[in-house]
Design a protein around this ligand. Structure first.
Ligand code: G3P
Ligand code: MG
Length: 262
């Protein structure tokens, strides 16, 4: 296993990262989607962490239950006691009808056991300032493998700063749709290892600037083989996609895509 530069501990940067797990083949942000990614040959996933009303961290993107679960209404209206009997697999038919909405603990247990790597994205929604950073910190601090295999990102950079205060060795990434002026200063203040952005806002000059200052660059969410080709061999670190086999099974992409995978 190679120790990469730029991170104190993270032992693999990942090339292809399964967005919300392998979310084309399985329901997004479920344990089934995490396992599916590994079956597809991917050891890196991205997933979203949101809080229930009682503060329980769960793997969920939206601030409501409507799009991805068998229930409806705000996520903050339910607590851990409501999770049994709720399906998070409704987007992918009968085969996933009994797929639970995972807690962060369940997700970390699976990743730990499976030896997988992950980009954990904090989604504070309308929770009080600092609450998600503190809950995520509590979950991460109980596991000794975290600093080797997890990078945490968020569009909310204040939550990242909160997390940084208590976890000096954790790999962090600043997340933007389109990086604003001052992105480099923000990453430096956070002691972040990486810049994560929407692929439509990547340019050669931005990639050059980020990599020349030692930041890795990851783009989301790329489900088309052609769009990243100009950047592939020019220093792009990773691509976040709903459909990893698109890249892994393509003759032109396979060598790059599998580099460093375990
Ligand atoms: O972390 C990359 C990407 O997941 C950010 O956007 O909305 O899919 O969470 P979103
Ligand atoms: Mg996300």
């Amino acid at each position: 296993m190679t120790i990469v530069t730029g991170y104190p501990n993270l032992t693999d940067k990942g090339r292809i990262i399964a967005h919300r797990g392998a979310s084309q083949a399985a329901p997004e942000n479920t344990l089934a989607a995490f396992r599916m990614a590994q079956e597809q040959g991917i050891n890196w996933i991205e997933f979203d962490v949101s809080l229930l009303g009682d503060g329980t961290p769960v793997i969920h993107h939206d601030d409501t239950l409507d799009r991805c679960t068998s229930a409806s209404g705000p996520l903050s209206a339910i607590g851990a006691a409501d999770l049994p009997g709720l399906s998070a697999g409704v987007t992918h038919g009968e085969a996933f009808a009994h797929e639970p909405l995972p807690t962060l603990d369940a997700a970390l247990d699976l990743l730990g056991d499976a030896g997988m790597f992950a980009n954990l994205e904090m989604k504070p929604h309308d929770q009080p300032r600092g609450r998600i950073a503190s809950v995520v910190r509590d979950a991460l601090q109980t596991r000794d493998w975290i600093k080797d295999r997890i990078i945490v990102s968020s569009f909310d950079h204040d939550e990242l700063a909160e997390l940084r205060e208590s976890m000096p060795d954790l790999a962090l990434a600043g997340l933007w749709t389109e990086p604003e002026d001052g992105w480099r200063k923000r990453l430096t203040e956070l002691r972040a290892a990486a810049l994560h952005l929407h692929y439509t806002h990547l340019s050669q000059s931005l990639l050059n600037e980020a990599t020349s200052y030692g930041f890795d660059v990851r783009v989301f969410t790329v489900n088309d083989l052609r769009v990243m080709k100009p950047f592939r061999d020019l220093g792009l670190t990773s691509i976040v996609t709903d459909d990893p086999p698109l890249f892994l099974d393509d003759a032109d992409w396979a060598t790059w895509a599998k580099h460093g995978s375990h």
